[in-house]
Structures are given as structure tokens and as C-alpha cells.
Design a protein around this ligand. Structure first.
Ligand code: FAD
Length: 466
């Protein structure tokens, strides 16, 4: 009787603990993927990219003699149906830590455990499960540095090898066709513009890691803040769909730099960044409200502007603020589905400080447009910039995009590239925007000094409220 392996954000064969455990049982393995409410709620770009990842992974499974069964509907109902159809006696998955996912998985586990099914969950795609790291007082971490020290002091579990073959069932259950899910529907014309910039699938992610370690890593520590220099790993996208695991990155990096002191220092910086992703999930696991509300509760009362059709919000989304670095960043986002980390911070600061728009509006825009969208990192990033998150930059720290540009893009290589008319931006945007007919303003929609002063004045009023 078969084992069902329920895949979620773990579209890989290597270091896939649930798949490896299922293969070891020697019983037939049926990999499945469910289009449930949580999946349906994805934004346009991540949903489209997820679809491409699924197609790719389906092919990888076929190459080792297996397949991927697709079903739509509430997870529990789909699983009940599959257990009944296949006579499965076990159900395995790797843990996911999205708040709604945890609630769903807990309900599924108790339902099937009560029926005597062998239901097991395995380690998720983090360096450490969120409950394994605790402060001396026994609580969870709220500050990054001690979190990092605790993480670095602990053994990261070794990466499991990919199974050579998966035993197949006598007959496969019916699968829906991936194309019938129409996962790219909301991407409109953007899909063909973004597609050439993707890093798709497990093999490409592993090759990119090797390529990064053999080259750009040596410039990573001092170069990672310069958006025109391509010295970061670019691995956030495959990490988001679990096409590579954080543990693989950790171990391959450490083995590669062993015995090379200078490179090992660069590697430590890189792994410290990778650990920010774990920190985001640690926070979200322990304080799930971080994804929807100000982590510092008092900030819920801050008078952010909230209209989703606010003209300033649209100008920001469409890369028409009149501030070169911000507009370049938003355009890079439309064309590539990603944005350099430093520019994410500066663009987020302009939205939340100069325009004083609610950080949730920016968070939602990224959730709709980033192909590397990660619910925990995105929420933490926005709350960090807005000043209402854990270990955050205080609200009164307002990034000055001009000073930032002088420091990190002095020759304007980044801004020139993305503000050029042939960067693909006009083709990537929805026709309704009429971007080509609407030029960028010659000066900022909210001046840099004026916006900063207004933000600080709002902060003073907020602090002195009753
Ligand atoms: P590298 O510099 O090569 O870093 C390696 C890995 O470390 C990354 O792939 C990522 O997994 C992790 N990492 C690095 N920096 C951070 C960080 N600040 N927070 C969390 N993890 C980090 N990252 C996402 O993956 N998805 C998001 O939706 C996302 N939204 C963000 C929103 C805002 C407002 C900000 C300021 C940052 C956001 N980040 C997000 C973090 C960061 O910008 C990206 O992880 C990074 O740009 C990815 O590029 P890279 O893979 O080349 O990074």
C-alpha cells in the first residue's frame, strides 16, 4: 500500500526529507500537489512562477520513473479522496511554517492519525526548525545578532541525497492537467518579459550556487550593497519554491571555502544573510501577526495613508515617483520579478516615510509582483523599514535616495539601465497603465527634504498623542 508525499514549497529531489523517507519505506510512492485556498491566494507573479516550478518538478519526477498528481480543492477533502482511491497507508510532508499552513496541517494530521494512518511531517526548508532555537530565558529571539549566534552554534542537519528512483504504484490516481489551472492568467504580457530572467528548477539553482561560490562570493562582503554589481547569489527565487534547500546552501558553501581564509570570511557574511531568512520564519512562527499587523502593536495607531487607489501609490508602483533610484527599482521589479536588496529598502522607505503610505500596501505590491516572494522575509523587510518590526530601523531613520545613489550607484549604472526605454518595462506593464504615454515627472512627486520633514513631524505628533 502506497505512501502519499504531499509537496508544497519543496519542489526538489535532493534534501527532501519527506520524499527520502517515503523512498526508504520500499513501498510505492505517490507524490502529490494540492491547489488549496492557501495556494489560490498567491499573488500574480509568484503563482505564475509556482506553475513553472511545478511543471519542471513534474519532469524531474518523471525522469526517476515517478510522477506528480495534481488536485484542486480544500486540502483535507482532496487528501481523503486520494487516500480512499489509492488505499494509501501513509502520508508524509515537509513542514511549512506559514500561519495558515500550520493550522491546515495540524487539522490534517489529527484527522488521519485518528484513522490510524501513518502521518509524518519532516524538517522544513530552514537551517533550524523555529522551535529549536531559544534565548537563555527560554523564549524566542526578537533580535537578529543573538539569533545568529545561537544558529551558528548548532549543527545544521546534513542534506539528504536525492533518491535514484521512486517505487511506483500499480496504478496512478487521476491527475488534473497543470495547464488547466491557468496559473499565469494574472501575469498578462509580463510573463514573456520576466521569463528570461528566471532561475528555474533544482539543477539551475545548484549550478547557480556553484557559479556564485566560484566567482562572485569573493566580492560579496563589500559588493552586495551595490545594485549594478551582480555579486549576490540570486538564490532567493529557487529558495522560495524549495527548489534548493537552505541546508544545501549552508553545507556546500562551507565545504567549498574550507581552508581558504579570505573566502571563508566572505562566506560567513553570505551565510549570515541566509540566516536572515531563517530569522524571518522564526519570528513569523512565534508571532504570526507579523505578516498582517504591526509587530510593535502601538504602531497600529500610526496615521498611515491607506487608499489602495492613492495616486502616490500608483506612481510608486509604476516607477513614476520622479526619484531615479526608486523608479529604477520598481522597473527592475516589473522586468525581472526581483529587486536588489538595497533598492528594496530605499523604495520601501520612500513609500512609508516620504509618501507615508501604509507598509501593508507596499508589502502587498511585492507579494503580487516578486517571483521570489517569501511571506516571512517580505513582512519582516517591510516592518523593518517602516520601523514597526522587531530589530527594526527606527522610524526616524529616513533613507535619502540621493545620498544612497551617490554611495551605491555613483556612476548611475543601475538607474540608467532600468530607466532606459528599452529595458522591457513598457512591455511588462499592464496596458491599462499607459506607461509609455505617461512620462516620469521631472522632479519628485514628494520632494526629498519636504517628505522627510513631514514624516518626522508625523512621528512627533504620534509620539505626543494621548
Ligand atoms: P543574497 O545576498 O545572495 O542572500 C542569500 C539569501 O539570503 C537570499 O537568497 C535570501 O534567502 C537570504 N536573505 C538575504 N537578505 C535577506 C533579508 N534581508 N531578509 C531575509 N532573507 C534574506 N527576500 C525574499 O526572499 N522574499 C521577499 O519577498 C523579500 N521581500 C523583501 C522586502 C523588503 C522591503 C526588503 C527590504 C527585503 C526583502 N527580501 C525578501 C530580502 C532580500 O531583499 C532578498 O532576499 C534578496 O534581495 C535576494 O537576493 P539574493 O538571493 O541575491 O540575496
Amino acid at each position: 500500500r502506497p505512501v502519499l508525499v504531499w509537496l508544497r514549497r519543496d519542489l526538489r529531489l535532493t534534501d527532501n526529507p519527506a520524499l527520502a523517507a517515503a523512498a526508504q519505506t520500499g513501498r510505492p510512492v505517490i507524490p502529490i500537489f494540492l491547489r488549496d485556498d492557501l495556494f489560490e491566494a498567491l499573488g500574480a507573479a509568484p503563482k505564475w512562477r509556482f506553475g513553472l516550478g511545478l511543471e519542471h518538478f513534474q519532469n524531474s519526477l518523471q525522469r526517476i520513473g515517478s510522477g506528480l498528481i495534481l488536485r484542486s480543492g480544500p486540502a483535507l477533502a482532496s487528501l481523503q479522496q486520494l487516500v480512499q482511491e489509492t488505499g494509501a497507508e501513509a502520508l508524509y510532508w515537509n513542514r511549512s511554517f506559514e500561519p495558515e499552513g500550520i493550522a491546515r496541517d495540524t487539522a490534517v494530521k489529527s484527522h488521519f492519525a485518528a484513522q490510524g494512518l501513518d502521518v509524518k511531517s519532516f524538517t522544513g526548508n530552514l537551517l533550524a526548525e523555529p522551535w529549536t532555537l531559544a534565548t537563555k530565558a527560554g523564549g524566542h529571539f526578537r533580535v537578529y545578532s543573538p539569533f545568529w549566534r545561537a544558529l551558528a552554534a548548532q549543527e545544521v542537519a546534513p542534506a539528504k541525497p536525492a533518491p535514484d528512483r521512486l517505487p511506483v504504484p500499480d496504478s496512478w490516481p487521476q491527475s488534473e492537467a497543470l495547464h488547466s489551472w491557468q496559473l499565469g492568467k494574472a501575469m498578462q504580457r509580463g510573463a514573456s518579459v520576466v521569463a528570461p530572467h528566471l532561475l528555474l528548477g533544482e539543477a539551475a539553482a545548484q549550478a547557480q550556487l556553484d557559479h556564485f561560490l566560484a566567482g562572485a562570493l569573493q566580492d560579496y562582503a563589500e559588493g552586495r550593497d551595490f545594485p549594478a554589481r551582480q555579486v549576490t547569489s540570486g538564490l532567493s527565487e529557487p529558495l522560495a519554491y524549495g527548489e534548493i534547500s537552505a541546508r544545501q546552501i549552508w553545507h556546500v558553501t562551507r565545504v567549498t571555502v574550507a581552508g581558504q581564509a579570505a573566502l571563508a570570511r566572505a562566506a560567513e557574511k553570505f551565510l549570515k544573510e541566509l540566516a536572515w531568512r531563517d530569522f524571518a520564519w522564526h519570528l513569523s512562527y512565534h508571532d504570526p501577526h507579523i505578516q498582517t499587523r504591526a509587530w510593535r502593536h502601538e504602531w497600529e495607531a500610526f496615521p498611515w495613508k491607506t487608499a489602495a487607489d492613492h495616486p502616490h501609490l500608483q506612481a510608486w508602483q509604476q516607477g513614476r515617483t520622479g526619484v531615479d533610484l526608486i523608479d529604477a527599482g520598481l522597473r527592475e521589479l516589473h522586468v525581472t520579478g526581483k529587486m536588489h536588496n538595497r533598492v528594496r529598502m530605499i523604495a520601501a522607505s520612500y513609500l512609508t516615510k516620504h509618501l507615508r503610505l501604509h507598509w501593508r500596501l507596499g508589502q502587498q505590491w511585492f507579494a503580487d509582483t516578486l517571483v521570489d516572494w517569501d511571506p516571512a522575509s517580505n513582512a519582516m523587510g517591510w516592518q523593518w523599514v517602516a520601523g514597526c518590526g522587531p530589530d527594526a530601523a527606527p522610524y526616524f531613520r529616513v533613507f535619502n535616495p540621493e545620498t544612497q545613489q551617490k554611495k551605491f550607484d555613483a556612476e548611475a549604472r543601475y538607474t540608467r539601465r532600468w530607466l532606459a526605454t528599452d529595458s522591457g518595462f513598457a512591455e511588462a506593464t499592464p496596458r491599462a497603465w499607459n506607461v509609455t504615454e505617461t512620462p516620469r515627472p521631472l522632479s519628485p512627486i514628494v520632494g526629498l527634504a519636504e517628505g522627510r520633514a513631514a514624516a518626522l513631524a508625523a512621528l512627533e505628533r504620534f509620539k505626543s498623542r494621548d
